[in-house]
Design a protein around this ligand. Structure first.
Ligand code: ADP
Ligand code: MG
Length: 615
């Protein structure tokens, strides 16, 4: 038999390596940021377009590269960071494999501009699918800019595998957080689709955390510090009352490198034992410094896992240190509702004068009648048109081949609704929305079909409305003939006292009674009497569990929480008018495609997608 083994050509080997190094745009972000840090930059800026699918660009003011190095940097196993195998056990840089740039260049269009401080002119290289398409001298500032465009352009399967822009952006921000938290002594900026996401000046660790996660984080931080022969720990844990149901801010850094360690995570968790409820996750930002010789970073290609020589000792020490720090700080809840509300006012309402809440008495209210079914949706609000979305429907009527005749007059809760996508005449010509599994609303659009998640859609509608009410102070309330008496614990009553004003802006009218009760005489028109208690209880839970979101505030939390518990649930039958009303209301929203918690509300399918299935 003849010999059949061949060496893989470089570009194929690089593409294979890329599969390990580059999973998604966020991987590129990580590699480029780390290279900038290794190049001793002090100012690093990240520019991202379309969640990194179109562009990831990092500019640094670091040492730059000579023309030869610039060309070599794209070769596999080309690195300036280690020279001998021994260096592997004494790593002080982020990179060392020399694989990142080669991998990225194999699966994207890359442009590199770089100049060292002593050179007169710099170098510009463009490279696509591992092929250098140009290299020339260029007038550029000291430092390096690497632009990575059209990631996976030559691997459609990988490109299609990428998640929605929201999800990919989340991953990018996670990577950015990790790098920026580990290096407060460096300045970072991040721009996404032309708008500023982060602008982090040089600072200390505490300020960096606060700059990233919001000013309210400051008072939640409990400092942790300890030094032993094998490890030095510094950082912060979040006070136990800010533990979250979902895993939130949990960061371990070892020698300034973000790592994941279920084992050490457990150590911190056990220090919180008895202080947080089961299933709640405490937050932490912990920086460990160990001798580089006592760890092995080389066990994972993307280097987020490491092995310690003295794992058990570090575990015990971490647990004891965190416990000790928690013991030194009081754990009484701190709520800050005094933040300037101008900051949260949505859209153009900040300058409007406040309007007192108005009360509408429900004249038809009959306390002896059974309550309206849950499926009933009330939308008593004025809406504006959303032209961008209407274009989805342009020409649809003709496409459906319906004749336009016979106008049926449908009455909605409000005459003021103006943002309708469906003319009433389409209603006479056939059904245009369908409900699937009492969960989704299906609607044909010009290019195919749209599927809307009814619960999330309603959340978005209520959220925008509530946020507007809370900040603009304009609410519609329905008066109850027989006020509701609700009992709460003392701490809960205190919270309600603090948010009384905001609650009133949403339509609640209430007074504090004796013995931890409140007497509710008016509720928002969007909820039924039986929902009122649930909405308040959920709100209290959310407030108690709140962990800051950068740039958002208590008002935002209130609106999110209430929108969630007030929104029509999955499983609720909606009649056709309700379905269409919901759709119309949704497209009158400022951001109809994502829920307040950033989940997608709708997906569209192209007719050609269906065509393919019938081939
Ligand atoms: P590694 O970081 O593992 O060495 P990379 O493929 O990420 O491998 O980079 C290859 C080489 O290119 C680096 O070792 C470094 O010499 C050079 N390089 C990459 N990015 C930069 C940068 N921003 N500034 C200066 N040199 C850089
Ligand atoms: Mg690198």
């Amino acid at each position: 038999m003849t010999d059949i083994i061949q060496l893989l050509p470089d570009h194929v080997a690089n593409q294979i390596a890329a599969g390990e190094v580059v999973q998604r745009p966020a991987s590129v972000v990580k590699e480029l940021l780390e290279n900038a840090i290794d190049a001793a930059a002090t100012q690093i800026s990240l520019v991202v377009k379309d969640a990194g699918k179109t562009l990831v660009q990092v500019t640094d003011n670091g040492i730059g590269m000579s023309p030869t190095d610039a060309r070599l940097s794209f070769e596999r196993h080309a690195t300036s960071k280690i020279k001998t195998a021994d260096d592997l056990f004494n790593l002080h840089t982020k990179g060392f494999r020399g694989e990142a740039l080669a991998s990225i260049a194999a699966i994207a269009h890359v442009e590199l501009k770089t100049k060292t401080s002593d050179a007169e002119v710099g170098t510009k290289i463009t490279i696509e699918g591992s092929e250098v398409s140009s290299q020339e001298a260029a007038v550029v500032p000291k430092g390096t800019t690497i632009a990575v465009k059209n990631l996976f352009y030559n691997i459609p399967a990988r490109r299609n595998f990428l998640k929605s822009n929201t999800v990919e952006t989340r991953h990018i921000i996670d990577e950015f957080h990790r790098v920026a938290l580990a290096h407060p002594q460096l300045a970072f900026t991040m721009l996404h689709n032309g708008s500023d996401v982060f602008n982090l000046p040089i600072s200390n660790a505490r300020q960096r955390i606060v700059n990233i996660f919001g000013s309210k984080t400051n008072e939640k931080l409990v400092p942790v510090e300890e030094e032993t022969e094998i490890v030095r720990v510094k950082g912060f844990v979040l006070k136990p009352q800010f533990a979250r149901k979902s895993r939130g801010e949990q960061f371990f850094f070892v020698n300034d490198r973000f790592i994941k360690s279920p084992y050490l995570h457990h150590a911190v968790g056990s220090a919180f034992e008895g202080l947080v409820k089961d299933g709640m996750h405490p937050g932490y930002f912990l920086f460990l410094d160990v001798d580089t010789k006592s760890i092995d970073i080389n066990i994972h290609p993307t280097k987020t896992e490491i092995k310690f020589d003295d794992e058990h000792a570090i575990y015990a020490m971490l647990r004891a240190t965190v416990k000790h720090s928690l013991g030194q700080f009081s754990i009484a809840p701190v709520l800050d509702f005094n933040k300037e509300s101008g900051f949260d006012t949505p859209y153009a309402y900040s300058k409007k004068a406040p309007v007192a809440p108005t009360i509408e008495v429900d004249k038809d209210f009959n306390p002896f009648q059974k309550e309206a079914k849950q499926g009933h949706i009330a939308f008593p609000y004025k809406r504006e048109k959303s032209p961008a979305w209407e274009s989805l429907y342009v020409g649809l009527k003709q496409d459906l081949g319906h004749s336009v005749s016979g106008i049926e007059n449908i009455e909605f809760e409000s005459e003021e609704v103006t943002g309708r996508l469906f003319e009433s005449d389409t209603e006479a010509t056939g059904q245009i929305t369908f409900q699937l599994h009492n969960k989704y609303i299906i609607s044909p659009i010009k290019s195919g079909m749209m599927v809307i998640h009814q619960h999330l859609a309603h959340q978005r509608i209520l959220y925008e409305e509530l946020l507007k009410n809370i900040t603009v102070q304009e609410a519609v309330s329905q008066q109850l003939l027989f006020p509701l008496q609700l009992h709460f614990s003392k701490p809960d009553i205190e919270i309600i006292q603090k948010i009384k004003e905001q609650l009133e802006h949403t339509g609640f009218v209430f007074q504090f009674g004796s013995d931890e009760t409140i007497e509710i005489s008016g509720i928002p028109v969007t909820i039924s009497e039986s929902q009122a208690a649930k909405v308040l209880e959920q709100l209290l839970t959310d407030i108690k569990e709140e962990v800051p979101d950068p740039g958002f505030s208590q008002n935002d939390l209130l609106a999110k929480s209430m929108a969630k518990s007030m929104a029509v649930k999955t499983g609720t039958v909606l009649n056709r008018n309700e379905q269409e009303h919901l759709v119309n209301q949704l497209f009158a929203c400022k951001e109809p495609n994502v829920s307040p918690n950033n989940q997608p509300i709708l997906v569209t399918f192209d007719v050609t997608d269906f065509d393919k299935k019938f081939m």
